[in-house]
Each structure stands twice: as structure tokens, then as C-alpha cells.
Design a binder for this molecule. Structure first.
Ligand code: FE2
Length: 135
């Protein structure tokens, strides 16, 4: 995945990205949020969990075309990045922790063109233990 190009990159990337995407989901929970080290890092880097969610969704909504928005670890700090198409932050040396799929196929059947509504709904089903385990 780090070195692949062309069709191999597109397919390997989408397998890795969708695997990480689906593994991070769990049962729907009200007031779902991370705990412990991960919450501390989020509050350190984004001021609050609510501010983090707002920035993450904004990055997902503003990604032009198809791709993925990512929360990653970079040198001990958390960063949010946009990756077009099959991109994954591992290609830039980052450690990916959380991702939202913003390809239209991820939300069109339920939300039509309302990407922001889809992204907002995902917070209720994130299994933060899985995300923290990626640290
Ligand atoms: Fe997808």
C-alpha cells in the first residue's frame, strides 16, 4: 500500500480503507465519545471533542469529489487530513486511527446528496476502543 501505484494502489487502498472503516463501527450509543488517552489527545489537539467533530466533518464535507477524511497520529500529535480516491495517510508516514468514507456510494442511498448529515450520524456508531487500539 505504501509503494503501490495505478490499479494495484487503487484496489489495495480501498481494501485497507474499507477494512479500517468497517472495523471501527459498533453498536449505536447515545453520547458516544472516546475515553482515556485518546480523549486527552483529542482535547489537547482540538480543544474539545465537540470542536474535533466539527472540524472532522467540515474536512469531510469540503473534500471535493471522492475520498476519505482521516484522523491520524503524526509525531505524537493528532491531525485531520483529506485523501482523494483511495488515499491513506500511511503513504505520508502517518498512523491512521479513524476514517470516514466520503465516496458518494457510502451515503447516497440513505442521504442522497446530504453528505454532512451522513457524517454527523456516524459519530453514534464509532467504537472508540477500536480507534484507541490503533494508537
Ligand atoms: Fe466506500
Amino acid at each position: 500500500m505504501k509503494r503501490a501505484e495505478g490499479g494495484m494502489f487503487n484496489n489495495a487502498g480501498q481494501v485497507l480503507n474499507h477494512t479500517m472503516y468497517f472495523e471501527q463501527f459498533g453498536a449505536k450509543r447515545e453520547n458516544n465519545k472516546p475515553e482515556g488517552v485518546l480523549l486527552s489527545l483529542i482535547e489537547k489537539n482540538f480543544d474539545s471533542f465537540e470542536a474535533f467533530k466539527t472540524e472532522f466533518v467540515q474536512k469531510g464535507v469540503s473534500l471535493f469529489g471522492s475520498g476519505w477524511v482521516w484522523l491520524s497520529l503524526k509525531g505524537g500529535e493528532l491531525v485531520i487530513t483529506q485523501e482523494p480516491n483511495a488515499g491513506n495517510p500511511v503513504r505520508s508516514g502517518l498512523k491512521p486511527l479513524l476514517t470516514f468514507d466520503v465516496w458518494e456510494h457510502a451515503y447516497y442511498l440513505d442521504y442522497q446528496n446530504r453528505r454532512a448529515d451522513h457524517l454527523a450520524a456516524l459519530w453514534d456508531i464509532i467504537d472508540w476502543k477500536v480507534v484507541e487500539g490503533r494508537l
